[in-house]
Design a protein around this ligand. Structure first.
Ligand SMILES: O=C(O)c1ccccc1N[C@@H]1O[C@H](COP(=O)(O)O)[C@@H](O)[C@H]1O
Length: 210
């Protein structure tokens, strides 16, 4: 049904579980406040284990160029995920400066939030349609919260997009059925505790999505 991105991988055995079960994208979080944060050194070791054909995604939150330069000098990444308040102009700048495709996350809570997807679609290679984090949330994503998927029914964008936010092995098939998403992204929903991936849940998610 849908391709899968497993985000927030921190260990080789969890990475292997995702790849062996058929993940098309694997994500490494370069955001220090996240329980899934990895250093460039650890990410480089993990990235080296990823087979050709599986995209290595680096997740950043409002990164400056020095952070991107330092990370990319060590870690071979195929796609940059921007999960902060980056403007369309900044997305375009990062894409041009670093020469990698860029995916921009857009938080959705209501229909008014969908407008931004058109603006970002003009500059990003991929859109990530995620739940908007609640005001008091410590993280701008990875909170395990879903939004009302019915908001996406009948919507089409010219730019390829992924669905994220509170997806789990239990709900992903319904999310794909309702939204028509061709790619889905999960972090919390395949964890035993924040930052601790559960290989059984990774396998269950891939079986349910694909
Ligand atoms: O996973 C994180 O720690 C994270 C930190 C900062 C920004 C985004 C983060 N994760 C991304 O959020 C969405 C939804 O995650 P979840 O499945 O609801 O936990 C997903 O794209 C993650 O890549």
């Amino acid at each position: 049904m849908a391709q899968v991105k497993i985000c927030g991988l921190t260990r080789p055995d969890h990475l292997a579980a995702a790849v062996d079960a058929g993940a098309a994208f694997v994500g490494f979080v370069f955001f220090e406040k996240s329980p899934r944060h990895v250093s460039p050194e650890i990410a480089a070791e993990l990235a080296a284990e990823v087979p050709v054909g599986v995209a290595r995604v680096g997740l950043f939150v409002d990164p400056d160029d020095a952070t991107l330069d330092a990370t990319l000098a060590r870690v071979p990444l195929d796609l940059l995920q921007l999960h902060g308040s980056e403007t369309p102009a900044r997305v375009a700048e990062i894409k041009a400066r670093h020469g990698l495709p860029v995916m921009k996350a857009v938080g959705v809570a209501g229909p008014e939030d969908l407008e931004a997807l058109w603006d970002y679609g003009l500059v990003a290679d991929l859109l990530l349609v995620d739940a908007k984090p609640p005001r008091q949330a410590a993280l701008p994503g990875g909170n395990g919260l879903a939004f009302d998927w019915r908001l996406l029914v009948g919507r089409k964008w010219l730019t390829p997009w992924m669905l994220a936010g509170g997806l789990t092995p239990e709900n992903v098939a319904e999310a794909v059925r309702l939204t028509g998403a061709r790619i889905v992204d999960v972090s919390s929903g395949v964890e035993a505790a924040p930052g601790q991936k559960d290989p059984d849940r990774i396998r269950a998610f891939l079986a349910a999505a694909g």
